[in-house]
Design a protein around this ligand. Structure first.
Ligand code: PEP
Ligand code: MN
Length: 275
């Protein structure tokens, strides 16, 4: 496999700079835990600029926000699409934060990759090998989320598809899996973090928002993720979670995010990293 380590934990293939993925000034897989934050969905210019300014101030180094949304129901808000990308670019210009946003289908890849700093492949598309390969050759780093029902082995093979497309810049993201538990929508599988890091040289980040689906669980699980070796976090933050068009229940407020950063920083320092 393209990302495998040998028995000594050394990269078995590849070239320069492996194990590290750069997005603008942001480095995944280095000593710093990368903090990505922003709304689930770009809802309006004001909403995004408000949130972007606040997360930057609190310590985020990258912005997230969906313009094309993969919704479970076709009757819910599907995103602002091209307009959303425009607002994301404006938020980047305002804050200096590079942004990651999801690509839903191959037809959008070119347009999204042209403006985004990093392309996100979502949980629902992890089995879409055509999109995975195409994303691997889009010229931008790829954030590949784990399928919500995918075994780790299947997830590794999905990453292999992206790498086969030509990308060397792939970051993995554990985002919770379906289990028999009903008090949370997904169960955050933190086993995946050390396991993936044992098997690959790709950086691994964690999404405690989708992974828990409950805003009050986000900070404790973000701390746990960093404790077990995550190279970064991607967190949903909203200026008015109760009015969010998507994933409000798992979105934390701007104030909660600022508090979260402090709590996560303590853990990062305890495990020899920075934030
Ligand atoms: C998201 O990041 O907003 C998202 C839809 O994530 P996932 O693909 O993990 O459900
Ligand atoms: Mn979401």
């Amino acid at each position: 496999m393209l990302f495998e380590r040998d028995q000594n934990g050394v990269e078995a293939s590849g070239g320069e700079g492996k194990g590290v993925v750069r997005v603008d000034k942001v480095v995944f897989g280095g000593p710093q835990v990368v903090l990505i934050a922003g709304p689930c969905t770009v809802e309006s210019r004001n909403q995004l600029l408000d949130i972007a300014g606040a997360v930057k101030e609190a310590g985020a180094v990258m912005l997230r926000g969906g313009a094309f949304k993969p919704r479970t129901s076709p009757y819910t808000f599907q995103g602002l699409c091209a307009k959303g990308l425009e607002y994301l670019a404006e938020a980047r210009a305002m804050t200096g934060l590079p942004f990651v946003t999801e690509v839903l289908e191959t037809a959008h890849l070119h347009d999204v990759a042209q403006v985004a700093d990093m392309v996100q492949l979502g949980s629902r598309n992890m089995h879409n090998s055509v999109l995975l390969r195409a994303a691997g050759s889009c010229g931008k780093p790829v954030l590949l989320k784990r399928g919500m029902s995918a075994r780790i082995e299947e997830y590794l093979l999905a990453a292999e598809y992206v790498l086969q497309g030509g990308a060397r810049h792939v970051v993995l993201c554990e985002r919770g899996i379906r289990t028999f538990e009903t008090m949370t929508r997904f169960s955050l599988d933190l086993n995946a973090v050390p396991l993936l890091k044992e098997r690959t040289w790709l950086p691994v980040i964690v999404d405690p928002s989708h992974g828990t689906s409950v805003s009050r669980l986000v900070t404790p699980m973000a701390r746990a993720a960093v404790a077990c070796g995550a190279d970064g976090l991607i967190v949903e933050v909203h200026n008015r979670p109760e009015q969010a068009l998507c994933d409000g229940k798992q979105s934390i407020t701007l104030e909660a995010f600022a508090a979260m950063v402090k709590g996560v920083r303590d853990v990062a320092e305890a495990v020899g990293r920075t934030l």
